[in-house]
Design a protein around this ligand. Structure first.
Ligand code: 5AD
Ligand code: SF4
Length: 437
């Protein structure tokens, strides 16, 4: 039996939405009077906020749990949250009896009650996807860094054949307009200068404003644009099919909307896109980017790629490389295909051998690296404004973000959270150098 915990540590893996959820869980626990422990080893309660998107995620969680055992053989109170909790449920305490709490991504508003239950020696498990959203039951936002995440949309109805998200996060749901605007206002009041709107398909968000008019993400962005102390708006992740003309136009019309677009395409071959059930083609994807660039010529494009989807041939993969060359990414993430239990692709014929996947990943990443470097070089000589986010390694050095989401290193005594005018003076693959002007 565990004593009621007085301190906690939340460790989040995976996507930005999981980072947001981790912050909200921390806020919940703090509202209950627990204090955050900087080190995992000092916490009475450890929350492992897990990711299920790729590769043996569950195995990793079990080994993380094992490592929580202290020198004297005792363990802290352990909660497994996030997408592995949703997917594995009661299997987790069966395999790892030291786990006290299993809580899914739609149920974590109940975490304090579950902690109380676990303190009485009972195990607490909740992987429900309740109709009433958890958001209504979370405490007020508190002060964080200058750049904050705000979940506006969750879940996915698109059912790409490789992806677990529709199963772990549930159906596509938009948070209500007023709730989102209120949370944005609270974040700005707490010191946020930049807000990144989050959703698995964030551009599928729809809502109805106070006057009863309905609209999409572009309308929400226009409303947030009116918050005086908010300097910047971003959004991620988008699906090509939900890239409305209104949202594209917002990149031209809304100054606070940053010129950066994360628009995953996954593969360059129509045959593979079809097998992935992506419901767009290579060409329709490229045409969307043409329209985005017509609206905002300097936009930085980012993406996600999967190599080695079942049945992917050398010729298919060559088309992915070709697409990447055509787009000229400012950055991109690429992954080896990983069969996820319960997804349609997991039982597809023609798996690609690991060694072939390795080689393809290597080639793709080298190409993306080249393009990112080239993109960063095109920004050298530009004058722009950056948001200072953290200290650099050397004294007097700070790191900020450019509108194009580049990390900018510079010497300045401007504090964290300040907006600083800079000239970009040098470029590497992962960051650029700036000089205050
Ligand atoms: N295998 C490999 N990568 C995947 N992704 C999603 N599911 C899988 C999978 N089964 C990648 C996609 C997605 C990103 C978040 O993770 O590229 O856009
Ligand atoms: Fe991972 Fe997807 Fe869950 Fe995010 S939503 S934590 S990427 S499985």
């Amino acid at each position: 039996m565990n004593a009621p915990p007085r301190s906690f540590h939340v460790k989040s893996f995976g996507c930005q939405m999981n980072a947001y959820d981790g912050t909200r869980m921390a806020e919940l626990l703090e509202a209950e009077g627990l204090t955050a422990a900087a080190e995992i080893g000092d916490a009475d309660l450890v929350v492992l906020n897990t990711c299920h998107i790729r590769e043996r995620a569950a195995e990793k969680v079990y080994s993380d749990i094992g490592r929580l055992k202290r020198a004297d053989g005792s363990t802290p109170m352990i909660a497994v949250a996030g997408c592995v909790a949703q997917a594995e449920g009661a299997e987790i305490p069966r395999r790892a009896p030291s786990v006290d709490i299993v809580v899914g991504p739609q149920a974590y508003h109940r975490l304090p009650a579950m902690v109380a239950e676990a303190a009485t020696g009972r195990r607490a498990l909740d992987t429900d996807m309740p109709a009433l959203s958890k958001f209504q039951q979370l405490p007020a936002r508190r002060r964080q860094g200058p750049s904050a995440f705000l979940t506006v949309q969750e879940g996915c109805d698109k059912f790409c054949t490789y992806c677990v998200v529709p199963y772990t996060r549930g159906a596509e749901v938009s948070r209500r307009w007023t709730q989102v605007v209120d949370e944005a206002r609270a974040l700005v009041d707490a010191g946020a200068r930049e807000i990144t709107l989050l959703g698995q398909n964030v551009n599928a968000w729809t809502g109805t404003d106070a006057a009863g008019r309905s609209g999409g993400l572009d309308r929400l962005i226009a409303e947030l644009d009116r918050l005086p102390a908010l300097e910047r708006i971003r959004y991620t992740t988008s699906h090509p099919n939900d890239m409305t003309q209104g949202l594209i136009d917002a990149h031209r019309d809304v100054e606070k909307l940053m010129p950066f677009l994360h628009l995953p395409v996954q593969a360059g071959s129509d045959r593979i896109l079809k097998a992935m059930n992506r419901s767009h083609t290579r060409d329709s994807y490229l045409r969307i980017l043409d329209r985005v660039r017509a609206a905002r010529p300097d936009i930085a494009v980012s993406g996600d790629f999967i190599v080695g989807f079942p049945g992917e041939t050398d010729a298919d993969f060559e088309q992915t490389l070709d697409l990447v060359r055509q787009v000229g990414h400012a950055q991109a993430f690429s992954f080896k295909y990983s069969p996820r239990p319960g997804t349609p692709a997991a039982t597809m014929a023609d798996p690609v051998p690991e060694s072939v996947m390795d080689a393809r990943l290597h080639m793709l990443q080298a190409l993306i690296w080249e393009q990112a470097t080239a993109f960063n070089q095109t920004t050298v000589g530009r004058r722009t404004r950056i948001l200072i986010e953290r200290n650099g390694r050397k004294p007097g050095q700070r790191i900020g973000k450019s509108p194009w989401l580049q990390s900018v290193h510079l010497e300045t005594d401007a504090p964290i959270g300040a907006m600083v005018d800079v000239a970009i003076v040098s470029a590497g693959p992962n960051s650029v150098g700036g000089a205050a002007v």
